[in-house]
Ligand binder design. Sequence first.
Ligand code: AHR
Length: 305
Amino acid sequence: DSNDEASEGGGGGGGDLIKVGFAQTGSESGWRSANTESMKDAFSEENGFELVFNAADNDPAAQISAVRSFISQGVDAIVIAPIVEDGWDDVLQEAKDADIPVILEDRTVTSSDDLYNSWVGLDFKKEGTTAGEWAAENFKEPTKMVVLEGTTGSAPANDRAEGFDAAIEGSAIEKIDSQTGEFTRDGGKTVMEGFLQKYGADGIDLVYAHNDDMALGAIEAIEAAGATPGEDIKIVSIDAVKDGMQALVDGKINFIVECNPLLGEQAADLVKKVLDDQDVEKAYYVADQSFTKEQAAEVIDSRPY
Ligand code: AHR
């Protein structure tokens, strides 16, 4: 696959190195950059790995092709950050038939858990619930909300919507519109521009963005429309990447729920354990926090991403 990129100094078969194919979603967000860096650091030659990295530009078919190419290359293990939840049965079965263990990181799939060895990631539904509880608590007057959804069919978009919607049920918040911004800054900006044209800045009180990058795009659109983000239109988002945290400190975002991208070490550890025939759980949840403006100001300088 022409998108494959061998790790530094890799490609030579590398003696005792464990050859791992990693099928990343793409490079849609600041979160994703931090996740890719964490994975490349953990799956380094120094740690005993030869990494074959593929980023599928958020195209589910391209990601499945990348996994198929890992299988035909005969890698020792495959790690996948699945773009979408559905459609994995066939290729996971092919990896199983080829005796290649599969570890999922970050996002989940709807396939039976017999088809992969383990998963490490975040509780996306809980992230949505935490964001929704904050909103229900802070908006007691009738509130018009728009939603910037993540990639359609992805586990974080599905679960963050579900958790949030349940948490605001019976509250003063009315969801007037919801559309995907593909987890990107440009996507968030474009969708928000559309919402502002349709409802006017006065017709929107709250934005729920499934990630910080879309919130940052929405901020640009709100400012361009002559309104003040964080005041005229409040914003709640998920991730807690550096730029999002800075916007929170600056008062342009009002609340952020964290999604920790530093999953590399755990994923690498799982690959080694599975290849070593050690027992592993099917799912490992990494803990998340959440931040108000004051809490963000305290920690922003000490955060690694
Ligand atoms: O799967 C995690 C999500 O993917 C992050 O919240 C988002 O920023 C990323 O693109």
